[in-house]
Write a protein that binds this ligand. Structure first.
Ligand SMILES: [Zn+2]
Length: 527
């Protein structure tokens, strides 16, 4: 068990860590050099400062659009909470091993329970045709699931009397890697940001390397560099890697993976503790006594089944527009993608009303998503619906749409930079795959009308949960620093933001349906 007692405060940490080599020669007199222990891991907890005094600015509702309660932020938020409930039950029921990882996982009961609910929700909304489409996992594909694990920094009297083992509870394995039944024990070595200039000075052979990762925005963007550096550490002879993800709080981070050897990610407060202990050990001349023990039990799941749910609202023409949102998510997955999924359901409810029936047929898709290898939601949508795909003129993908804006703060807690929210939402990328001027014009007008926070540059960005189709794709997606972490929770979602996106997208669909198909294809004479 971690020792979370705090017998000595910050003053002693400062004395040990900052007083310099002369003072540090004295043996430590408190456990772990007096460094304040990290807090225990807290599930469903946001590390963001969410003040109650100044919330998100209210949604803009143009005159005449007040009716339709399904488009209000409060109504959509209730669905977001219901969707997150499936993730919470995944953890409570220990769907995955010891319950250290949870989510809405396609192929497991949490994913299917969410799809059961989506089916009922679309029927209750009055969507005339609701269809559950099942499919089997592709041959040879499997989902890796870490079931139980531990990252234990071994205690030693050289670190101060009473320095028992410290389990870093935010740790999460990054990938499958053989560690044996007994696990792996090795000395630790700190490698900074693991640039070649740093590694030229450090011998990592036989050790577990600790690399420091500072996400500068969307955590997604750290994947590639962190993976490449971890792989290089293993290539140079490290027997394992710890990726220290320097973010507020003490979150589990699912996103960094593929290290090429035994590898764990740890959260900010565990990371702060480990770095301060490694500094203190270095100054006391006992770095060689610092050792870590890693254990992991995992499995590969194959032969699974999953489903998409499709709701069809027929229009006057035989052309259709797909409105897609993926259902799967790691941890609570509030922004990824409970919010986009809930907005899709709000739109289905709105367009199912007789007075709002669309010109083109609308196909609402609760997608199995893209986390479970071999059970692709978009892939099976295309495979199972050739007629629908042939008649499709546009795809709209709603993915991570209403997180509040999350910024580094001018404050810190225990040496870790806090993050705060403000009165807006995080920016939305608004990609149109074919840069159709007609579609971009509608986006501009609608963005102003509803006060949506778009990035200032139009783009073709549509790399989300999208089917391979010939028709253009319009995607709304945020780049959230809490992506794929245990901190992606309900409290970080903006209620007016849900409403802004829902009203904007309803406007977009209605405006697009005024346009003939040719207008979507600016560069093609014969679409
Ligand atoms: Zn997503």
């Amino acid at each position: 068990m971690p020792s979370n007692a705090r017998p000595f405060g910050a003053a002693l940490i400062t004395a040990v860590v900052l007083a310099g080599p002369a003072a540090a020669q004295a043996p430590a007199t408190a456990p772990w050099f007096g460094v304040t222990p990290p807090p225990p891991f807290a599930p469903h907890a946001s590390p963001v400062i969410l003040g109650q005094d100044y919330g998100p600015r209210p949604a803009l509702i143009p005159p005449g659009e007040e009716r339709f309660p399904e488009l209000t932020g409060a109504a959509i938020r209730r669905d977001v909470a219901s969707i997150i409930g499936f993730s919470m039950r995944s953890r409570e029921s220990r769907e995955v091993g010891d319950g250290l990882l949870w989510g809405r996982i396609t192929g497991l009961p949490s994913g299917e329970a969410t799809m059961d609910w989506a089916t009922e929700r679309l029927r209750a909304a009055g969507v005339p045709t609701v269809e559950r489409q099942w499919f089997d996992q592709d041959e040879g594909a499997s989902l890796w699931l870490p079931l139980a694990w531990e990252l234990r920094i071994q205690g030693d009297a050289a670190f101060g009397p009473g320095s028992g083992d410290m389990v870093l509870e935010s740790a999460i394995p990054a990938n499958a890697a053989p560690m044996g039944r007994e696990g792996l024990t090795a000395p630790l070595v700190f490698v900074g940001t693991a640039r070649p200039a740093e590694l030229a000075q450090i011998d990592v052979r036989g050790k577990v390397a600790v690399q420091h990762i500072t996400p500068k925005g969307h955590l997604f963007l750290e994947r590639g560099p962190a993976r490449a550096k971890a792989q290089e550490l293993i290539r140079r002879g490290a027997v394992g890697v710890i990726n220290l993800v320097d973010q507020a709080g003490n979150m589990r981070t699912r996103d960094i993976s593929g290290c090429g050897g035994p590898c764990f990610n740890i959260g900010g407060q565990d990371g702060r503790w480990l770095e301060e202990v490694m500094d203190a050990a270095a100054e006391a001349g006992v770095s060689d006594r610092l050792r870590v023990h890693m254990q992991l039990r995992d499995e590969q799941r194959s032969g699974m089944r999953a489903s998409n749910v499709i709701g069809i609202v027929p229009g006057a023409s035989d052309e259709n527009v797909i409105i897609n949102a993926h259902v799967d998510g790691w941890f609570d997955g509030a922004n990824d993608n409970a919010d986009g999924f809930a907005v899709m359901l709000a739109l289905a409810t709105y367009f199912a009303r007789p007075e709002n029936r669309p010109a083109r047929t609308l196909v609402f898709v609760a997608s199995a998503g893209h986390h479970t290898s071999g059970l692709s939601g978009p892939g099976h949508l295309v495979e199972l619906n050739p007629d629908l795909i042939a008649r499709n003129v546009l795809v709209i993908n709603l993915e991570h749409v209403a997180s509040r804006q999350i910024n580094p703060a001018r404050t810190d807690t225990d040496g870790l930079r806090d993050i705060v929210t403000d009165s807006g939402e995080g920016f939305l990328m608004n990609g149109v795959s074919n840069r159709s001027p007609a579609l971009e014009q509608i986006i501009r007008i609608g963005g102003d009308r509803y006060g949506v926070n778009f990035v200032s540059q139009a783009s073709t960005y549509h790399a989300g949960d999208n089917p391979q189709v010939d028709s253009p794709i319009f995607q709304l997606i945020q780049g959230n620093p809490l992506y794929h972490t245990s901190g992606d929770v309900l409290e970080t979602i903006s209620t007016p933001g849900l409403e802004r996106v829902a009203r904007f997208t309803a406007f977009f669909v209605e405006a697009v349906n005024e346009l003939p198909r040719e207008r979507f294809y600016p560069n093609r004479s014969n679409p």
